[in-house]
Design a protein around this ligand. Structure first.
Ligand SMILES: [Zn+2]
Length: 224
């Protein structure tokens, strides 16, 4: 199997420049690397407008939308783009990869693209509004190894490094039980640091967790 192509990933919080870096990379590869690049994004993301990805600074690029729960529909789109261009593309780029669920097959799709000889560029949110790993981003980060770049955002309250997107509904922090995906802009989310990230209703991690992934035995007699 012809493995060995390059996966590069830009991940981090909102407002960290992920999409801007992705667009800069696409632009550089096109202009100076003479690469043919096809850009895709999940259909869940409606903020950038139809069929384009856009950074906060206003840079944008055309992007084909594929169903977040069925990313393999990329293949016929890619083949028809290549047929129309009369040549094979060298690079496939994705924005907002967190919206591809872990069970959607996106990880396997990216592996297939790499095995098929394409380089892959991608950007996505690392954590969701609960401060938990988001969709396919962590899986791809493992695949990208040391070519995964963490982008830094800064807390809107104190200016410290901000890892988490704080979801705000009607002026107050959203409850832990609200849905994982709620597409919104700056009116709904802002980057926050550990000290200023607030999540009402977050279950306390510990020995009372009804479904712990790792059970420790014997259990300690005193709460830690
Ligand atoms: Zn802060």
């Amino acid at each position: 199997m012809a493995r060995g192509r390059v996966l590069r990933l830009f991940i981090g919080n909102m407002a960290s420049g992920k999409t801007r870096h992705l667009l800069t990379e696409i632009d550089t590869l096109r202009k100076y690397g003479n690469k043919k690049i096809a850009v895709f994004k999940p259909r869940t993301d409606t903020r950038s407008g139809m069929n384009c990805i856009k950074s906060r600074r206003g840079d944008e690029d055309a992007a084909e939308e594929i169903l977040a729960t069925h990313p393999h529909e990329l293949w016929p789109l890619l083949r028809s783009k290549e047929a129309a261009a009369g040549c094979r593309f060298q690079v496939i780029a994705f924005d907002e990869i967190q919206f591809f669920p872990r069970n959607s097959g996106f990880f396997q799709l990216v592996k297939s693209l790499l095995e098929d000889g394409y380089d892959v560029l991608a950007s996505g949110l690392a954590f969701d509004f609960r401060g938990e790993p988001f969709g396919s981003t962590p899986d791809l980060a493992m695949l990208a190894e040391d070519r995964c770049m963490w982008m830094t955002a800064y807390c809107t309250r104190c200016g410290s490094r901000a890892l988490y997107p704080q979801r705000i509904i009607d002026g107050v922090p959203a409850h832990y039980n609200s849905p994982q995906i709620l597409v919104g802009g700056d009116e709904t989310y802002e980057p926050r640091c550990d000290d200023h990230f607030t999540l009402p209703g977050r279950p306390l991690a510990g020995y009372d967790d009804p479904s712990p992934q790792i059970r420790i035995w014997p259990q300690p007699t005193e709460a830690i």
